[in-house]
Design a protein around this ligand. Sequence first.
Ligand code: DCP
Ligand code: MG
Length: 371
Amino acid sequence: PPGVHVLDISWFTDSMREGKPVAVETRHLIQDAFEVLAENYEFNEMDGSCLAFRRAASVLKSLPMAVRSLRETQDLPCLGEHTKAVMEEVLRCGRSFEVEKLLSDERYQTFKLFTSVFGVGPKTADKWYRGGLRSFSEVLADRSIHLNQMQQIGFLHYGDISGVVSKAEARSLRNIIDEAARATTPAAKVALTGGFCREKEFGHDVDFIVTTPELGGEETLLPKIIDELKKQGMLLYCDYHPSTFDINKLPSPKFEAMDHYAKCFLILRLEGSRVEGGLHIAEGDNRGWRAVRVDLVSPPVDRYAFALLGWSGSRQFERDLRRFARAKRGMLLDNHALYDKNKNEFLAASTEKDIFAHLGLEYIEPWQRNA
Ligand code: DCP
Ligand code: MG
């Protein structure tokens, strides 16, 4: 019914409202502990356990007040035996011994380091770790290792890319992408998406959806924008993937699969900006610019709302929204479409509000989707 939210826990928060507020840090400690454990499961490609801890962290994040005892959490959704055990330990001792052990574990530390390089995932980190490598200098000195182009650029710009991107930098990039799009296609539409459209102060990259008002125009849009950025001397790296979008395909139940729109993963040279506290490997510090990661996605205009909703995130919100659509409405939702399995038909949408309405949900703004 209207008014139902994806993560509706008001029944719990209402019953807690009478309690005394306690130090917020305890909850942050628990969330951080969950994040370390989730990350470790991610390194070991144990997707189920990783998701369980991310989900649990998300539930805690949504509570309006601190958690004081395990008893208070007994009716909360998404908390299993393991998550509760970690939470109990933090509540009792102010720390989790399992997490502390992990933080000083050589394998965890090395995976954390290696996967912080653009283009290095758990599989590559595992290969390097099993080869006895523990540091960047060992990787770079090892002649048996062939770095692909993404990893080479990842090491080259490591200091910049591993630093956070600020809201002000995201705004500058918005103007740059806007101008580059309009210079080649005056009617082009550009939307800032990802974490910055959810009002986050910092991000690891800046995400944009770009399209044209007429169907088909999006096919040449990205190559034109890329050319324009190159002309301006801003393009440091471009990994372009043309569209493989199939209009007849049903929405995919798998969230982690990338969508099929044309997209490019870029590294741009942003003038007048520098990273605070970055670790520079191959570049001097006295530059008037920094390298920054930018993603551009280009859906056809009739899929714009689905792409926008899908890329606005957060990831947890997207997962829950899809799960809600499937379990509660018998509908399949992904970044391309919404399909009603009861009526066997696709439901069109030109705005995000249309999609929420199809799902029978009250519309919420992107900043309210930071699950
Ligand atoms: N997304 C998706 N499918 C994926 C990966 C991501 O639909 N396989 C969506 C959800 C994300 C959004 O795209 O919120 C942008 O992805 P990012 O990794 O850039 O995440 P954020 O922008 O939310 O955070 P960050 O600050 O780390 O960039
Ligand atoms: Mg992002």
